[in-house]
Design a protein around this ligand. Structure first.
Ligand code: DI6
Ligand code: FE
Length: 408
């Protein structure tokens, strides 16, 4: 039997492994795949010798860059309707908080999502997922959180899981139990938090639909105590967490996330040094979401220099959602991470590969190109990896391999 299934030769390879070389560039120009795994990385001359002997199929890359498949580690890809009217209102000066407090915002997407059937939810999510995939994305995290009742949350998670069966992409599902307080619980917050943290979480987890949990800890959403109730319940079930922390104010949510060993704390426009140090100590990834920052026209970017100095790994992601980041382009987000937040292009690309993998607990599987890791990679017609960040509205992706198989 041939030792490889297929080999790509004549490429430039940015493995995105941490180290001295920018973008983890390796002194090799060939990569071989066996099954779902990267089997070998080395010199094209050696690859050609072995392929000639064994009749292994060859892809000639002619200088294309091979880089790890991009990972979008924070999305709300499944939802009904859109929020274009709210966009218009905000342009007239009404704030996101005002709209939320008046029953619009997340609540209006909850109404539209409850009304949509599961097939429709899966179909609109697939359209959005394909846009990401066209830009070299091979793994997407998808949150629930627009159902806010058990039946609709379940349907959202099922629609997210369906993507993985219909499309050549890997999906991680997150039960965003605490996103907003639904109208029917307006007078009984405690009971809602108890339902989410008790029977609803148990039921969704038992159905195998929950890879992790998430909560929106914010003055317009859920308190620290409420968030902790949910995180504690998840921990008992052995589930890791993400936390929407410090998007609009600093309530100490990053420290709470760290205390629960969360996979990630996300947004972090409002974060002090104690929070950054806590994240570092717990190995929690800071997920930066410049699309939401841009859409809300916020003035305070996340403290990138502080996170860098503290040694906190920084991921970047679209936060694709109908309200604060109606964006299905990871490449645009890489640009914004540099231009708006001051990441270097190397940091931004690491943020959508190596660090995004860690934010999903998948660092042993994906996010870098190494022998034994999953063969998820993209081919780019560029002269340097920084071009993934430099261009605006340009997609130089010319091929994607997911689990060892070329996408068509
Ligand atoms: N923060 C966000 O930016 C999204 N959710 C969250 O907790 C916004 C969700 C929306 O406005 O629909
Ligand atoms: Fe979000």
């Amino acid at each position: 039997m041939a030792e490889w299934d297929r080999v790509w030769v004549g490429a430039r390879i940015a493995a995105m492994v941490a180290g001295a070389e920018p973008y983890g560039k390796v002194a090799a120009d060939a990569l071989a795949v066996k099954g779902e795994r990267i089997a070998w990385i080395g010199a094209a001359s050696e690859a050609l010798r072995r392929t000639a002997e064994q009749g292994i199929p060859i892809e000639r890359c002619e200088g294309l860059w091979i880089m790890p498949g991009l990972i979008d580690c924070h999305t709300h890809l499944v939802y009904g309707g859109n929020r274009v009217e709210e966009f218009e209102k905000r342009l007239c000066g009404v704030s996101y908080e005002e709209i939320a407090r008046a029953g619009g915002g997340i609540q209006s997407t909850v109404r539209a999502t409850r009304e949509a059937d599961t097939e429709t939810l899966a179909a609109v999510a697939a359209v959005r997922a394909k846009r990401l995939m066209a830009e070299g994305v091979t793994t997407i995290e998808v949150k629930s959180g627009y159902g806010l009742d058990l039946a609709t949350e379940r349907r959202m998670l099922e629609a997210a899981r369906a993507l993985e069966h219909e499309l050549p992409v890997s999906i991680k599902t997150t039960y965003l139990g605490l996103h907003a307080l639904p109208g029917e619980y307006r007078d009984d917050r405690q009971r809602f938090v108890a339902q989410v943290s008790g029977p609803w979480l148990e039921s969704l987890a038992a159905a195998g639909l929950v890879d992790a949990v998430d909560a929106f800890c914010e003055n317009i959403a859920f308190t620290l105590d409420e968030t902790e109730t949910f995180l504690a319940a998840a921990k008992k079930l052995g589930l890791r967490a993400h936390v929407h922390a410090g998007q609009l104010s600093d309530m100490g949510a990053a420290e709470l996330a760290a205390r629960y060993g969360a996979l990630s704390a996300d947004h972090l426009e409002y974060l002090d040094e104690r929070g950054a140090k806590a994240l570092r100590a717990s190995g929690t990834v800071a997920v930066l979401l410049p699309g939401a920052y841009y859409t809300l026209r916020q003035a305070t970017p996340p403290p990138v220099a502080m996170l860098r100095a503290a040694g906190v790994p920084m991921a970047v992601s679209t936060d694709a959602n109908p309200g604060t980041s109606p964006c299905n382009s990871i490449l645009l987000i890489l640009n914004m991470a540099c231009t708006l937040f001051g990441l270097t292009p190397d940091e931004a690309v690491a943020g959508a590969t190596r660090h995004a993998a860690r934010a999903l607990g998948l660092q042993e599987e994906i996010g870098t190109l190494e022998v034994g890791k999953r063969a998820d990679f993209a081919l780019w017609r560029i002269e340097s990896p920084a071009e993934l960040c430099y261009n605006l509205g340009v997609n130089p992706c010319v091929g994607v391999v997911h689990r060892g198989r070329a996408r068509h």
